[in-house]
Design a protein around this ligand. Structure first.
Ligand code: OAD
Length: 270
């Protein structure tokens, strides 16, 4: 075992030790809720419990390609609400940038499509957007890419964009249920073998294959869960740490232990 205990101060000591060089992160919607973006599965506030107005057969249908082909309006309604640009990165995003500045960040796997990691200044080459993002878009039929500006206009005015070649519906490159994850994600999976520390934040660990990344680090690699509730099998290995709470609060406490508090606040205020 590499940790002295299962608490924040043992974690801070480990992060500062020479044995901890490569930190890998797994992120979910919970890291962005304090920015004002709802998560998916929280009972009262999550998107899936607030989609009744979109008349869906079931909440996840909004992200199903077969449903989108028949009814693109619900997704465009949601895209209009979630479109990146209106939201500011959180303290947790600044912590990720700080890890990068300390040369500790190996890979940041994120399920989020809000691009707040990039906006917080985390280097692009460290980020793997496993469920895609709004950065590009294409026709769902002939896969022809579609212009960025035109897409933005369509989402802002909530008009469905149609392919200029075949007339098929256009959708941002967000991974829907029933679609493959990006090649970049598949290629980065072996990175988990190099991890000296895995930090999992703000995810229910219910969507696969993303959730399975937590099993791919070595048995000797400590895994930390920072989340409102206890999810997945974190806690089942000897060096697992479970820190329940809001991720911004836990991250701040951790930075106090690390002596990084001032740097964190400075980055966040940038
Ligand atoms: P979920 O909504 O499933 O889970 C969010 C988790 O974050 C829950 O366990 C919450 O309790 C926790 N949480 C919320 N706010 C928090 C906070 N401030 N601090 C700490 N924890 C907090 O979201 P994901 O796991 O990201 O897929 O969902 C995975 C995928 O399901 C998404 O990428 C999306 C969705 O369908 C696609 O869009 C393709």
């Amino acid at each position: 075992q590499v940790l002295e205990g299962r608490d924040i101060s043992s974690l801070a000591k480990y992060i500062k030790s020479t044995g901890c060089k490569n930190v890998v992160l797994m992120l979910g919607a919970g890291v962005s809720t304090s920015a004002g973006i709802p998560d998916f599965r929280s009972p009262e506030t999550g998107l899936y419990s607030n989609l009744a107005r979109l008349n869906l057969p079931h909440p996840e249908a909004v992200f199903e390609i077969s449903f989108f082909r028949k009814q693109p309006v619900p997704f465009y309604t949601l895209a209009h609400e979630l479109y990146p640009g209106k939201f500011r990165p959180t303290i947790t995003h600044s912590f990720i940038r700080l890890l990068a500045e300390k040369s500790l960040l190996h890979t940041c796997f994120t399920q989020n499509i809000d691009t707040l990691e990039r906006r917080a200044g985390v280097p692009d080459d460290k980020i793997i957007e496993a469920h895609g993002s709004f950065a590009g878009q294409r026709c769902i039929e002939c896969k022809q890419p579609y212009d960025d500006e035109k897409m933005k206009e369509h989402i802002f005015s909530m008009k469905i964009a149609k392919c200029e070649h075949c007339g098929g519906y256009v959708k941002p490159d967000i991974v829907f249920f029933g679609e493959e994850l990006p090649e970049k994600f598949i290629r980065a999976i072996p990175n988990l073998r190099s991890a000296d520390l895995l930090i999992i934040m703000g995810t229910s660990l219910t969507v696969y294959p993303f959730a399975s990344l937590a099993q791919r680090v070595d048995e000797s690699c400590p895994r930390v869960l920072i989340n409102l509730d206890h999810v997945g099998d974190i806690g089942s290995r000897a060096d697992d740490i479970v820190l329940l709470g809001k991720c911004d609060d836990v991250v701040k406490d951790l930075c106090v232990e690390l002596g990084w508090e001032d740097e964190l606040i400075k980055l966040w205020n940038e």
